[in-house]
Ligand binder design. Structure first.
Ligand code: ATP
Length: 565
């Protein structure tokens, strides 16, 4: 198709030259015949172009989708989330992901840009050969001018691609301000705090700063190359016309040579545009490779375990000497922490904001590994266990349960085997939520989709609890509840407390909560302070000890009773 795309315009030039020669000679048949050939060439050029575009689009879309999938797979492969929080890797992944979507830099464009580049180059070469038939040095001159212009274009394109990536940090900031100003999540606060103007201005300032770098003035060399090309083309045309006027060149070849200059210019322009797009797409591929290389080590950490976690925990979950810092930070959020959670019992974890409660749960789920010490299940280090198998034993409700923009049923089932969700929903107190959905279990839980609905924070939390109880129904035996009542209304919260022992019976339960009315029902309670266990015992034992727990408990009780307990 590339050859057709290049040959057709040149064929029409030669054919038109012959047609003009026929007209000059008064040979009607000859002229009409070649005019038809020229028309056929132009038609072929149009048809070839359309086919080439269609094929390139189909191929390009496939290439882009494949790259997207590979990137998603690579990002999802690591069993932990550490790689997503390393700023350098996260930035690379984001650049890779964004540019795979950005129309101007999609690698799939290579399918058409390489074709355009090749077509332009063939046209230039063939034009040089045709013009060499007039004067060999004119053909060579055109080739030299075209190659030089193409080279300068390529250098400029590379610089431009570099600028685009160099500016990716500010591009991200621009998108952030754009989202702040135009999407629902921030809309309320932005207006209430009188910030719309501020957001628009910050977007504008970031744009101006970015453009200052991107739109650098062209150097002198590209200008000289363009001027040289102009001299060759204009000078060549003048020369051809002068020879014709002097009677040394017939009408046919005159028409052919003049048109050849114009077709050659079109070819150079096509190479130039396709070259820029090619450089941008290649730069995206470079970034993509870099991102894939950066994630690769996280996907296969040395010595990842494979021992089955079937039936675990039978005895206990034990954290021994555990210290932990988040990637890229030096602050220890857990410090030399020792904690044993007996199987089949409930443990409540309390402590001030930022004490490390959720971080402890993340270690338990194997989302991060301790910086020091170990998390062991029935005496086996978590690093030796098959993590997927261990996670099937867990039913976790995080503070903000993930909200899938899918059916209510998918939100409950969440990767587990098919079964009736009714019992789990009933036990979680989420029955009224599901009953109110317009399409029942099939209702999509996002207003962004047709027929979808938006749930409140409390309704999502009840579904989150139902999701966890469904997982228990499917074989999970460790229930982790991180602030399960934070968004619940007073009645739902009271109901949850009332049924806490029923919901957690026989399960190893870890409950994180600031609400002492739930906490007190756990078999054992630990108080965390700055990443350490400072108190542990039953509710009564901790009250009798009259330490931090007793103090916090009385403080909360006083709020409800209207005076100190
Ligand atoms: N992804 C993260 N990267 C860096 N630091 C983090 C990250 N997540 C949490 N932290 C820090 O770790 C500390 C402990 O956080 P954690 O979420 O474990 O506290 P918490 O006890 O659950 O608090 P809360 O009661 O407010 O939920 C906090 O100081 C927090 O800033």
């Amino acid at each position: 198709m590339v050859v057709v795309a290049a040959a057709a315009p040149l064929g029409s030039v030669v054919a038109l030259g012959q047609a003009v020669a026929g007209v000059a000679r008064g040979d009607r048949g000859y002229a009409v015949g070649w005019a038809v050939v020229a028309g056929a060439c132009l038609l072929l050029q149009w048809l070839g172009g359309a086919l080439q575009r269609a094929a390139a689009t189909a191929l390009g879309e496939r290439v882009d989708a494949l790259l997207q999938h590979e990137l998603m797979r690579a990002v999802a492969a690591p069993s932990g989330v550490r790689h997503l929080e390393d700023p350098a890797t996260a930035a690379l992944v984001e650049v890779g992901r964004d540019t795979l979507r950005a129309d101007w830099a999609r690698p799939g464009r290579l399918a058409s840009t390489i074709g355009g580049l090749a077509t332009g180059r063939i046209i230039l070469l063939a034009s040089g050969v045709i013009l060499a038939g007039f004067h060999w040095w004119l053909g060579v001159g055109l080739l030299v001018a075209g190659v030089w212009a193409a080279y300068e274009d390529r250098v400029a394109s590379r610089t431009e691609a570099g600028h685009h990536y160099g500016a990716s940090e500010s591009a991200r900031r621009m998108r952030y301000f754009n989202d702040l100003g135009t999407t629902p999540p921030a809309a309320k606060e932005i207006r209430l705090f009188g910030l719309p103007e501020f957001v628009v201005n910050r977007h504008g300032e970031t744009w101006a700063a970015t453009m200052q770098r991107v739109l650098t003035p062209a150097g002198r060399r590209p200008l000289i190359a363009t001027a040289f090309l102009g001299v060759v083309v204009l000078g060549g045309i003048v020369l051809v016309v002068r020879e014709a006027v002097a009677g040394r060149l017939a009408a046919g070849p005159t028409a052919t040579y003049v048109q050849t200059f114009l077709v050659a210019l079109g070819g150079i322009q096509q190479s130039s545009w396709s070259g820029l797009q090619t450089e941008l797409a290649l730069a995206t591929l470079d970034r993509y490779d870099e991102a894939m290389r950066a994630i690769a080590p996280a996907a296969a950490p040395a010595g990842r375990g494979s021992k089955p976690a079937t039936g675990m925990p039978q005895r206990e979950i034990a954290l021994r000497g555990v210290s932990f810092s988040y990637p890229g930070t030096s602050r220890e959020v857990l410090r030399d922490l020792d904690l044993v959670i007996p199987a089949g019992q409930s443990l409540a974890v309390v402590g001030a904001n930022g004490a490390g409660k959720t971080s402890l749960v993340k270690l338990l789920c194997g989302l991060y590994e301790p910086t020091q010490g170990s998390v062991a299940i029935d005496g086996l280090d978590l690093r030796e266990l098959d993590l997927d198998d261990w996670r099937r034993r867990l039913a976790v409700v995080f503070q903000q349960p993930v909200r899938l923009p899918m059916s209510a049923y998918s939100n409950i089932r969440f990767g587990r085997a098919d079964a009736s969700p009714d019992r789990a929903v009933d036990r979680a107190g989420a029955k009224t939520v599901v009953e109110a959905l317009p399409n029942g279990w099939d209702t999509v839980l996002s207003a962004e989709f047709d027929g979808g609905v938006e749930l409140s924070g409390g309704e999502w939390q009840r579904l989150g609890l139902a999701r966890a109880l469904y997982a228990v129904q499917q074989g999970a035996s460790v229930l982790v509840l991180d602030e399960p009542a934070a968004h619940l209304d007073a009645r739902s919260e009271a109901e949850l407390y009332r049924r806490f022992l029923d919901l957690t019976a026989g399960l190893t339960t870890i409950l994180i909560s600031h609400r002492f009315s739930t906490v007190r029902q756990a078999s054992s309670i630990v108080v965390l302070d700055e990443g350490r266990v400072i108190e542990q015992g039953s509710h009564d034992a901790l009250l009798a000890r009259d330490g931090t727990y007793a103090h916090l408990f009385r403080l909360q009780a006083a709020r409800f009773d209207g005076g100190p307990a």
